[in-house]
Design a protein around this ligand. Structure first.
Ligand code: SAH
Ligand code: SF4
Ligand code: F3S
Length: 473
């Protein structure tokens, strides 16, 4: 008999990928995915700890399950992901009706934990070792993932997939929980990565996004020799069926000449680089322990401009970090104006337990000031993005079509024209009127209009068809 599972995923691309694997694994164990908690026997929450707000949302969603569990004690509730690793027993205390707490490095054990509960062993917890719990290698092993299980039906589109090349992070930026929740940095072996990429290509995937917290720091050492990201891209580039390769997130210090030249010379590599700056002030960067100055960032940025003049660069910023003055903040504004990022994700600093900033620095920027800086920085970012997108009006861009846009999804299933969405090689979002069959195709789209986040266009081949009809008529 098939069993039912509901899974809710929040957080970054790593979590989206983890949920895909969890579902693939559970399907092998006879489960079917359902869309609502009400229909499900197994309810899973794949969680994020990056900011307090993300955690509080999850705790409030869990709180709503108290009655559900009281009415249906047979339903099993599992908390997975970074919050499971960070909060561990705290989750059972705050939500005593939860049955399982499973860290991101232990997701492969989920079917066994379910069996344990079914055989009456009570609630289960599987988490990885903390940094101080053992030798580096032992801790690293406890954070391994089970990537080869792929399930195209769990992806937003079967034509695009994430592929993890790196686990964990060793940078220890003072504000960040990730080195604790995801453990030591480890590069997966090139042979595993290549075989997974071939599986994805066989499943019809055309675009692969390589994932790592500092993806361009990727390194794998073996007797056969060292592999870096550039070397890996060269090998992945050979795979037939894969048309686009992207990689996120980059660490500014590791954006080497060699990597940029590789991206330039391999046509499948997207000229799109997400390289978070976090702040435009040296004093703030130092307190964040980011390991570079604004001067270093600019040097890297100019290297990108020289080698890949048409690349789109995007960033992340934290506003209101400990000790950030108005003057510091204005330097972030200036950095956006100078670099003209394609987009920036802007976050208000949130104190995270277990980090150096929480221990040693004072969270002294008032909430209202954080909110005002967030708003101001976003306005500057939106303005430069809109201006740069407007320059593309009148041009033709190549779009990998993902599927109906949010507006298109609301159209009747039989509607002749549906608004579709896709992305350019540079990762710009494009919407156009088309039809559902175009999903997965690479189309030439003429840009008619632009906003800060979207290009609006029409498919060029439609014009060719109408010319063809005219000629025949
Ligand atoms: N590994 C990536 C990003 C990981 S987290 C990198 O280093 O770029 C994604 C983003 O969340 C970060 O870039 C940062 O801007 C933001 N972030 C991380 N910790 C935060 C915190 N404590 N408060 C607010 N934003 C945070
Ligand atoms: Fe967090 Fe810094 Fe690592 Fe990114 S590089 S995951 S911000 S510690
Ligand atoms: Fe969140 Fe963990 Fe990703 S804390 S951002 S889900 S690595």
């Amino acid at each position: 008999m098939t069993k039912t599972v509901y899974i809710k995923t929040v957080g970054c691309q790593m979590n989206v990928l983890d949920s895909e694997m969890v579902v693939a694994d559970l399907k092998r164990h006879g489960y079917r995915v359902v869309d609502t908690p009400a229909e499900a026997e197994l309810l899973l929450y794949n969680t994020c700890s990056i900011r307090e707000q993300a955690e509080e949302k999850t705790y409030s969603a869990l709180g709503k399950l108290r009655d559900t569990k009281a009415r249906h004690p047979d339903k099993k509730i599992g908390v997975l992901g970074c919050m499971a690793q960070k909060d561990q027993e705290v989750i059972f205390r705050r939500a005593p009706f939860v049955d399982m707490v499973v860290g991101p490095g232990q997701l492969h054990s989920l079917p066994q934990l379910i069996t344990n509960i079914d055989s009456g062993e009570g609630r289960q917890m599987a988490v990885s070792l903390a940094r101080t719990d053992g030798k580096q290698a032992t801790v690293a092993r406890s954070h391994e993932t089970f990537d080869p299980l792929r399930d195209p039906s769990m992806r937003p589109t079967p034509f695009q997939a994430y592929l993890r090349i790196q686990i964990g992070c060793d940078k220890f930026c003072t504000y960040c929980v990730v080195p604790n929740t995801r453990g030591p940095e480890q590069g997966r072996s090139p042979s595993e990565i290549l075989s997974e990429a071939r599986t994805l290509a066989e499943q019809g995937c055309r675009e692969i996004v390589l994932l790592g917290q500092t993806v361009n720091s990727y390194r794998h050492r073996s007797e056969a020799g060292d592999t870096d990201l550039a070397g890996l891209l060269e090998q992945l580039h050979e795979i037939e069926g894969i048309d686009r390769l992207k990689f996120v997130t980059n660490y500014p210090k590791d954006m080497t000449e060699r990597l940029l030249v590789t991206v330039r010379d391999l046509p499948k590599c997207s000229p799109y680089l997400h390289v978070p700056a976090q702040s435009g002030s040296d004093a703030v960067l130092k307190r964040m322990k980011r390991g570079y100055t604004v001067g270093d960032y600019m040097e890297m940025f100019e290297r990108i401009e020289r080698i890949l003049p048409n690349a789109a660069v995007s960033s992340d910023f934290i506003v209101g970090f400990c000790g950030e003055t108005d003057e510091d903040f204005q330097k972030s504004v200036q950095l956006i104006e100078r670099c003209r990022f394609k987009n920036s994700f802007i976050f208000q600093y949130s104190v995270r337990g277990g980090t150096k900033a929480a221990e040693r620095l004072e969270d002294d920027v008032p909430r209202e000031v954080k909110a005002a800086r967030n708003h101001e920085l976003l306005e500057v970012q939106n303005r430069v993005a809109r201006e740069d997108n407007e320059k593309l009006v009148g041009e033709t861009v190549e779009v990998l079509v993902e599927g109906p846009s949010k507006k298109g999804e609301k159209s009747e299933p039989e509607a002749a024209a549906v608004q579709m969405t896709g992305r350019t090689h540079c990762d710009r979002i494009v919407v156009f009127d088309g039809n559902r069959r175009q999903a997965g195709q690479m189309l030439e789209v003429h840009v008619d209009d632009a906003s800060s986040h979207t290009l609006i266009g029409r498919v060029r081949t439609v014009e060719l068809v109408s010319i063809g009809i005219e000629a025949n008529g």
